[in-house]
Design a protein around this ligand. Structure first.
Ligand code: MG
Length: 160
């Protein structure tokens, strides 16, 4: 069986007056993420991992932030739009593993909701979508609470 892997990385700045959306789930708090779209850093990392494994470039090529139609875009809709591109390559998703790197709030209470949200769009079992949480330990832009980063890895297999 041929398996292809892809990696995605993204980061966004934290700001007042913005929502914090991770994997399509809104997390309550004072700060949200700044960006042209909804700035869902986790979903963006997953999209880039899917595009990477499929040999289809990156999120900026498919959804340029210079285009007005992607302003405040729901990133889950962008993710849903990428899946047919993956399938058109004769590939199907096996699993997703991701890490969100964020100082606060704690991700743990929202982890399963995020996994369910992503699994529903990706069309795979909940057990195949893993979301981990890490912090910046006070170091760098994450540690200073200036932003959030996310990394994701996906595996694709050649469809039967
Ligand atoms: Mg992004």
């Amino acid at each position: 069986m041929t398996v292809l892997s892809g990696i995605g990385y993204d980061s966004h700045r934290l700001a007042r007056g913005r929502k914090l959306i991770l994997g399509g789930v809104q997390i309550p708090g004072d700060l949200g993420l700044e960006g042209h779209s909804d700035a869902d850093v986790l979903t963006h990392a997953v999209i880039d991992a899917l595009l990477g494994a499929s040999g289809l470039g990156d999120i900026g090529q498919h959804f340029p932030d210079s285009e007005e139609r992607y302003r405040d875009a729901d990133s889950l809709e962008l993710l849903a739009a990428v899946l047919p591109l993956v399938h058109a390559q004769g590939l199907e998703l096996v699993n997703v593993d991701a890490t969100v790197v964020m100082e606060r709030p704690k991700l743990a209470p929202h982890r399963d909701a995020i996994r369910e949200s992503l699994a529903a769009v990706l069309g795979i079992a909940l057990a195949r979508v893993n979301v981990k949480a890490s912090t910046g330990e006070g170091i760098g832009f994450v540690g200073r609470g200036e932003g959030v980063a996310a990394v994701a890895v996906v595996s694709l297999r050649v469809a039967d």
